[in-house]
Design a protein around this ligand. Sequence first.
Ligand code: TYM
Length: 325
Amino acid sequence: MARILTGIQSSGRPHLGNILGAIQPAIELSRDPQNESFFFIADLHSLITIKEGSQREEYIRAIAATWLAFGFDTDRNVFWRQSRVQEHTELAWYLSCFTPFPMLANAHSFKEKSERLSDVNAGLFTYPVLQAADILLYDANIVPVGKDQKQHLEMTRDIASALNRQVGKEVLVLPESRIDEKLMVIPGLDGQKMSKSYHNYIDIFLPEKDLRKVVMKIVSDSTPLEEPKNPDTDITYQLYSLLATEAEVAQMRQNYQNGGYGYGHAKQALYELFMESFEEPRRIYNYYMENPGELERKLEEGEEKARQIARNTISRVRQALGFGS
Ligand code: TYM
């Protein structure tokens, strides 16, 4: 039996990149009866950027509702908020003492911001250590993530190996990342990686009119409507290809190459595809956002399960490090 684990930061509402890059592939893996799945909300990580409590609460609900909207079976698996299982922070401390400074200084998450060090808090710098603790606390074997998380997974393995070497046994299980090469990095409205921090994301749970407005903002070049267009360099076409059937993609490609088909037409088709593909998730998402008590109950049940497993791992680590168990 393989243990699958992944998390989403509650630093914004979940976007299409999170859904296609992490949530859907993870839920697909969780359907295999051979697997046991651990999906959580990385709310401690969100404190790095979000300081406002009520905003965090809303984002936590939105991420939780998204997991359920895409069909995560919380009865058979484990679903929780990171902040409700204190062992995450305890293990993060132990791991931080096995993490070389240059490793953290090389992390993309830190380097991206290191030009303006006054904006960097210690949480951002040590972020990969908390992430390693999230994974190692549950003896995860497989971590489905988007490509941007690859380095964090390599660091997790390095930190765990360093601790194992020190104590002379396999106290921590080395996880593997699972990155769907076909999906790789989902582009945002401007063609850069779709990201909360770049403000270029598509929130598929927006009310219909608002979602359509966002889709219409996707950047396109200025080729006139009548002229043929290159589908391979167009963001709308790329996003459409991720969700449409092979026949629909072939038809869209033809439309681009024939000319007489504008970017506005393509965006309308993409919007309609979103509405069709996400009809059921949108319904379930709205249900849970309107019934936060049910969401809370599911999380609390999951947190009970998560705590038991976390306590076992921590006691193993404490013993190995000479803190007693
Ligand atoms: P976060 O919240 O930034 O993103 C959550 C997941 O979504 C994927 N993702 C994308 N995939 C494809 N294209 C995109 N444009 C895109 N944007 C985001 C991410 O790769 C990720 O899989 N540090 C993590 C959260 C975390 C975590 C963990 C993940 C905390 N602890 C333990 C796995 C295991 C993060 O900030 O992801």
